[in-house]
Design a protein around this ligand. Structure first.
Ligand code: S3P
Length: 163
């Protein structure tokens, strides 16, 4: 068995779907952000403030490398696809499932969020632009599932039928 990576923009449901899929498939699940927080003893937003985005992106690549060979589900931070190295590594190591969620719905879900440093003080059009810029990177996947208006159960069923 190889790893199953869940990718997608912030708010696409990676963590929620990862947990539900883990139960459905009887597999362990690990989240790259949680992994980094446990390793550094710091919250993601503090890492961004203290060390900057570039340092965080390096930590994401380290996390992916350290999780190489993991037999389970790996939920990823929304920006993990920015680096080509990460995209290649995930596709080489396992199945990459892109959870697509319409930008308008993502914006709606993230409205009250204060935990994600990259969208603090950002306008809706800034977020929509970031989404479009990343879309070609998310498109480098094994398969994609539209999560926009589906229940968690439906999404998990769809993933299971396509694995
Ligand atoms: C980020 C997404 C976040 C987290 C960090 C950066 C991004 O993860 O890794 O705030 O660049 O899209 P989620 O996608 O789980 O929110």
């Amino acid at each position: 068995m190889t790893a199953i990576y869940l990718t997608g923009f912030m708010g696409a449901g990676k963590t929620t779907i990862g947990q539900a899929l883990s139960i459905a498939l009887g597999l362990d699940v690990v989240d790259t952000d949680t992994y980094i927080e446990q390793k550094t003893g710091k919250k993601i937003r503090d890492i961004f403030v203290e060390s900057g985005e570039k340092a965080f992106r390096g930590m994401e690549t380290d996390a992916l490398k350290e999780l190489s060979g993991y037999e389970g589900i790996i939920t990823t931070g929304g920006g993990i696809v920015i680096k080509e190295e990460n995209r290649k590594l995930m596709l080489k190591e396992g199945t990459v499932i892109f959870l697509y969620c319409e930008p308008s719905e993502v914006i709606n879900r993230l409205k009250e969020d204060r935990t994600r440093p990259l969208i603090l003080n950002k306008t809706e059009s800034d977020i929509a632009k970031m989404f479009q810029e990343r879309l070609p990177f998310y498109k480098e996947n094994t398969f994609e599932v539209n999560t926009t208006s589906k229940t968690v159960e439906n999404i998990v069923n769809e993933i299971q039928s396509r694995l």
